[in-house]
Design a binder for this molecule. Structure first.
Ligand code: TEU
Length: 590
């Protein structure tokens, strides 16, 4: 729904918006170097407008050594030549605004790249004015610097290494919760915070419409008054919380770095310095791993003036065992719906949810939560989208999910590129794990599953590039691609279009209350959305089982009421609701 630029923007416009995430490296390559870029995105705006999305979230395009594909920034004020120029980005912003669409940038300020001049200065000497812009600590007393065990704390990083790297020049360690080339910024230092706020204001003044804030709940660390001011984490043990850290080898930094004592103070300061004086029309969403509903409310309660919404991880950690992300654990559709419903009920009328099943860090949702077999792929992709998009919150579509793109058939580690997977694979082998077992976990959970090039058509490289793609195109692109779907009324693409239209046309989808139904359903799930006498019933069979009844209250009346949307042929029965494999229906009354 392209917004009418003459109309005043409602304060909570983002509640009726649908956001599309573009991973620039894999979306569209315009110059044949095999890597997507900004001019390539501009070439595909008609496609996104036809889909009907309102906002583009652009994963990082800033100058970067690309150790973590751009989430390691060396210059916040410039675009990396791989992706284009600042002028290209200005043109993209102008194109989108002309179409009544918006652009949200990725804000990665928990850490920078070690190539960033701030860090270069900071590491140059202990008394450099920017030394305290990062977290430097001396070796653990009684240990020889650089030797295992001398790290200031036993924390592990999300990329399967120690969270500390020794710098022989200054004889100290610096902290990094991700790669060693992603040093943590010290938000305790007001100069750091002001530098971040100026950069954000620079981009907003340039026409950007908001920010997706990377791991923003990590910016405040627990600093003790008594030395050591940073304390060791818990290792291993039965009551260990699932998460990315390998606590067999390291201590869990979580309790020391997540939702720190000043995180809300910093976010409220950011709001005052960057957003409070600006007209409505901006979007802010924080990526907040390991967040509870209660914490989610603190971040998104408008009265607290912090964030509009957060990406919480509960439903994307369901299939992580005690050993963390790579310790695969079974998760059922019931687990998924239980988690989504808990956040619906928990956010209530105060907070606000982001609605997502995929992004550039998660495997493809149709493979993970659906069924990507040829028989069920389309219908399960549509069923998952139906259940997700009609919930209370702002939906996020990850590029390619609107086509039903699935996980890739990686043969071995050499088929992948992601630093997280490579480090995890190396660590697994170092622990003596069988390479096939390690590769099986990466095939199932690896982030590269989401990063294979966008499948535009059935040609050699799926219309993504005329060169050789940085990551192999999924061979199923010959059948699963945009060209085959954009004009097919029964395609996954068209189903997403209908869902987006429903959100744009039905206030009950945006502002309606949420009531869970079929709480005990293993495979069949349902909920009601209500607003001023208008009701939408959403029911879905999230399994490949045949003929499952959705025994909702008043089913006969519902079965006879208006069927607004479904991913299966018109049901014969009009007195009860019986769903086929991966069948989803949306009924309306009032
Ligand atoms: O992700 C943070 C984060 O939580 C992920 O690392 C997550 O733990 C893991 O990937 C799940 O498998 C953000 C960005 O989205 C990610 O791409 C970056 O690698 C990371 O921060 C560091 O910037």
């Amino acid at each position: 729904m392209t917004a009418d630029p003459s109309e005043p923007v409602p304060r909570d416009w983002w509640k009726s918006a649908v956001v599309y995430q573009v991973y620039p490296r894999s979306f569209m390559d315009s110059d044949g170097d095999g890597i997507g870029d900004i001019p390539g995105i501009r070439q595909r705006l008609d496609y996104l407008q036809r889909l009907g999305v309102d906002v583009l979230w652009l994963s990082p395009v800033y100058k970067s050594p690309m150790d973590d594909n751009g989430y390691d920034i060396s210059d916040y004020y410039d675009v990396d030549p791989l992706f284009g120029t600042l002028a290209d980005l200005d043109d993209l912003i102008a194109d989108l605004h002309e179409r009544g669409m918006k652009l949200v940038m990725d804000l990665v300020v928990n850490h920078t790249s070690s190539a960033h001049p701030w860090f270069q200065e900071s590491r140059s000497s202990k008394d450099n004015p920017k030394r305290d812009w990062y977290w430097w600590r001396p070796p653990r007393p009684g240990h020889s610097p650089g030797e295992p065990g001398a790290e200031p704390t036993n924390w592990g990083s999300a990329f399967s290494e120690s969270a500390w790297t020794f710098d022989p020049d200054t004889g100290e360690y610096y902290l990094h919760l991700f790669a060693s080339s992603q040093p943590e910024l010290n938000w305790e230092n007001p100069e750091v915070r002001q530098a971040v706020y100026s950069m954000m204001n620079w981009w907003l003044d340039r026409g950007v419409d908001g920010f997706r804030m990377d791991v923003i709940n990590l910016i405040s660390k627990v600093v003790h008054d008594e030395p050591p001011d940073l304390r060791d984490g818990i290792r291993g043990g039965p009551d260990r919380q699932p998460g990315p850290i390998d606590t067999v080898r390291f201590g869990d930094p979580g309790p020391h770095v997540l939702h720190g004592p000043r995180v809300h103070e910093f976010l409220q300061e950011m709001h005052r310095e960057v957003f409070a004086h600006r007209p409505p029309g901006l979007l802010t969403v924080g990526e907040t791993p390991a967040t509870t509903v209660e914490q989610g409310l603190l971040y998104t309660d408008p009265a607290r003036a912090e964030l509009q919404m957060v990406f919480q991880f509960e439903h994307v950690d369901l299939d992580s065992g005690p050993g963390g992300k790579w310790d695969l654990a079974p998760a059922t559709s019931r687990d998924l719906i239980d988690s989504l419903a808990q956040w619906q009920e928990g956010m209530g009328e105060i907070g606000w949810n982001s609605l997502y099943l995929g992004n550039h860090d998660q495997p493809r949702c149709v493979s993970r939560f659906g069924d990507d077999s040829p028989e069920h792929r389309d219908r399960s992709a549509k069923a998952l989208a139906t259940v997700l998009h009609l919930l209370r919150g702002t939906p996020y579509i990850y590029q390619g999910d609107e086509l039903g793109m699935a996980n890739a058939p990686f043969r071995d580690i050499n088929d992948t590129r992601d630093i997280e997977s490579h480090n995890a694979y190396r660590a697994a082998l170092a622990r003596g794990q069988d390479p096939d077992a390690a590769m099986e976990a990466i095939r199932y959970k690896g982030r590269d599953n989401a990063r294979t090039p966008m499948q535009w058509d059935a040609s050699e490289h799926a219309g993504f590039t005329t060169g050789s793609p940085w990551l192999e195109v999924n061979p199923d692109h010959v059948t699963v691609n945009a060209a085959a779907q954009v004009n097919d009324p029964d395609s996954v693409f068209s189903h997403y279009r209908k869902l987006i239209k429903l959100r744009h046309q039905e206030p009950v989808v945006v502002h309606g209350t949420f009531t869970r139904l079929l709480r005990d359903g293993e495979d069949v799930h349902g909920y009601l959305r209500r607003l001023d006498g208008r009701e939408l019933l959403v029911v879905a069979n999230l399994s490949s089982k045949e003929g499952l009844e959705a025994a909702v209250p008043d089913a006969p009346t519902w079965a006879a009421s208006e069927l607004v949307l479904s991913n299966a042929p018109e049901p014969a029965e009009r007195d009860r609701i019986v769903l086929g494999p991966w069948e989803a229906r949306v009924y309306r009354r009032g």
